[in-house]
Write a protein that binds this ligand. Sequence first.
Ligand SMILES: C[S@@+](CC[C@H](N)C(=O)[O-])C[C@H]1O[C@@H](n2cnc3c(N)ncnc32)[C@H](O)[C@@H]1O
Length: 224
Amino acid sequence: MNAGIRHQSMNRAKFVLALLTLFGVGALLYRRQHPHLPCPSSLSFLLENPFMNRVAGSHLLLERATVQPGMRVLDVGCGPGRITLPAALRVGETGEVVALDIQPAMLERVQKKLTEQHVTNVKLLEAGIGEGRTEANTFDRVFLVTVLGEIPDKVAALREIYRALKPGGILSITEVLPDPDYQTPGAIRAMAAETGFVIESQMGSFPAFTMNLLKPALSLGQGS
Ligand SMILES: C[S@@+](CC[C@H](N)C(=O)[O-])C[C@H]1O[C@@H](n2cnc3c(N)ncnc32)[C@H](O)[C@@H]1O
């Protein structure tokens, strides 16, 4: 490797490290002051940045969840719509995305993007997951991307998602460090066992991984 290329790669690494530090420090400061509140819409830049695009970008996550045209997708804790809009384009006119978030300000951001980009196959749902506001047996895929740790009753949330999925449907969970609410693969496996999900696959690495949980096609559990 010549000196110019080495210099360029070092600069890129420093840039990614600086973003990572910014992300971590911002999130930790916020979490210390507001231990029980969801990530506010004013901190959306912590989600929509080159670091997140690199380790948990929307196209990577859509691939990992095997989202196909015509599917019905639920984006739980959609935030500013980082996954929602690319998912809507992927499922196309014959599919639909429901973007659910507990914060109206996040849904307003999503609505603005939908209007600007003329996307018409997304429904917004203001709700806390676990409150039972989603329809049963209607979704092919559900996303929970850096959300699980913010939910007070995680098992109730997973039970609602299990009920909302069609048999054979997949819940795709992504966790990224240094999110202060990061959930480990072990913690997710334990919750999956408690709620009837079967672990289908795990991708990525410990600091930024996706775990796909399957609602078995012949489900004897709740909501089947
Ligand atoms: C860190 S953001 C992640 C946003 C998006 N999934 C992404 O990866 O860009 C977490 C989001 O989950 C939402 N949230 C937190 N608790 C929730 C709950 N109980 N039900 C629904 N949404 C929730 C927050 O309002 C916030 O928009």
